[in-house]
Structures are given as C-alpha cells and as structure tokens.
Design a protein. Structure first.
Ligand code: SF4
Length: 239
C-alpha cells in the first residue's frame, strides 16, 4: 500500500492492517422486477422526463436545469446535475442535494463531500477521475427523504447519464440510492458485501454507506473501506 493511501486511511480512522480482511463477494444478483420509481432508474422510462434517449451531455444538462416535473423545482436554488469526468470508469451515486449542494450546484460538497473525497483517495482516485451524481437533481426541503413520485420523475435523468457514461463500476452510497437503483426494499446492511448488476449493460454495482452517515457513525468506516476495496477488485477483475 502506498504511503499516500496510508495517510488517507489514517485520516478516515481506518487501520491499514485490520482493513486487509478479505471481503467475500457473492455471485451477482439481479434486481427484482422493476416497479416505479425503480423501473425508471433501470430503464429510463419516465412520467416526468421523456425523450431523453438522444440527448448528449450538454442537452441533458440543459433539460435538467429547466425541469419542473416535480414539486422540488419550487424550492431549489438550482439543479445539481452531477460532476466529474465524462470518461470516468467509476460512477458514484448518492441520494439528493443537501443545503450546501443546493447552494453550490455540485453534489457531495461540505463535510460529507470531503469524506467522500478521502474515501476515493484511499483507493487511489481523485474526485475528478470519477463521476458523481444523485438520484434527485433538486434538494428535498429540510433534507427529507425523496418521495417515490419525485424519484419517478427524476431518475430517468440519471439513467441517461449512465447510458452516456457507460461506467465500469457503480458505487451506490446510502440507502436511498441503493434501494432505488436495485429496485428493492432490502436494508442497506444486507445489500453491502456483494456485487449487484445494474441496467441493460449489467454494470457491476456495489453498495456502501453514505459519507454523512459515516460522519455520524465513524465506527462503520471500516465497513465502507471494505466496500471500496470490493468495488476496486471488481473493476480489476478480481471479484
Ligand atoms: Fe425535475 Fe428532478 Fe428537480 Fe424534480 S427533482 S424538478 S424531476 S430535476
């Protein structure tokens, strides 16, 4: 392990030697039959965002910026489209913008964003090398959970982003992202530690905790580290 990675693991509060415990990877499990809003996340179908299939990045960004398909447009400062390399192999998907993301127009900023950056660096990735997006492009007031109808309206945008990006690995961070993408109500703890498949290209998908949760529950950082290593192994063809 490189000194720089050790430094970041230290910053995460993770012991590098304990963290070498093997992560068991079970065979890929397919998602349950799609049901809304998860179906929209899987296949791009939508009540609120149709006709996305031919849009390039710029046109898709413009569509999102002008979107009024659900109530959240009334309370947003701006839409939060996503950030990162459009050639990225890694796609990180979170839940929805928070207050700071709503202000800055970028996902995963603030303390949770800094922790995500540290997590990525621990596996040798700079933030700009991955693509980061959310299930919802607008902030739910008070940081409440997304409503199913909001996810139904918004996830086709994410589906188009995924179709444009064609990532080699998806990291779903947090319960909402994991359950929406995998079309399941299974608790996050049971979705971790295995390789799922997403969408038409059966893209490998690994589930981990949201950095905001890890800030509240630092004892879970070792599990998040294990998840990251699993994802890295999948990309390297070792899992
Ligand atoms: Fe449109 Fe998504 Fe924002 Fe709702 S959350 S207004 S669907 S961009």
């Amino acid at each position: 392990m490189k000194p720089r990675q050790l430094a970041y693991l230290d910053a995460l509060g993770i012991d590098a030697y304990e963290s070498r415990a093997a992560v068991r990877s079970r065979p890929a499990s397919g998602p349950a039959p799609p049901t809304s809003p998860q179906a929209a996340a899987q296949d791009g179908g939508s009540a609120g965002a149709s006709g996305l299939d031919t849009l390039d990045w710029a046109a898709l960004r413009a569509r999102v910026a002008a979107c009024t398909a659900c109530e959240l447009h009334r309370t947003r400062t701006q839409t939060v489209f996503g950030v990162g390399s459009e050639q990225a192999e890694w796609l990180v998907i979170g839940e929805a913008p928070g207050a700071e993301e709503d202000r800055q127009g970028e996902p995963f900023v603030g303390r949770a964003g800094q922790l995500l950056n540290s997590m990525l660096r621990a596996i040798g990735l700079e933030r700009g090398e991955v693509y980061i997006a959310n299930i919802l492009k607008c902030r739910p007031p008070g940081n409440r959970d997304p409503k199913p109808e909001e996810a139904l309206c918004c996830t086709p945008y994410l589906a188009r982003q995924i179709a444009l990006l064609r990532p080699k690995i998806i990291l779903a961070v947090g319960r909402i992202a994991a359950q929406t993408l995998l079309a399941t109500a299974v608790p996050l703890a049971r979705l971790r530690g295995q390789v799922h498949r997403y969408g038409a290209f059966a893209t490998p998908l690994v589930v981990t905790y949201h950095p905001a949760y890890l800030l509240r529950s630092p004892g879970e950082k070792r599990k998040a580290w294990a998840d990251l290593k699993l994802a890295r192994s999948v990309l390297a063809g070792r899992a």
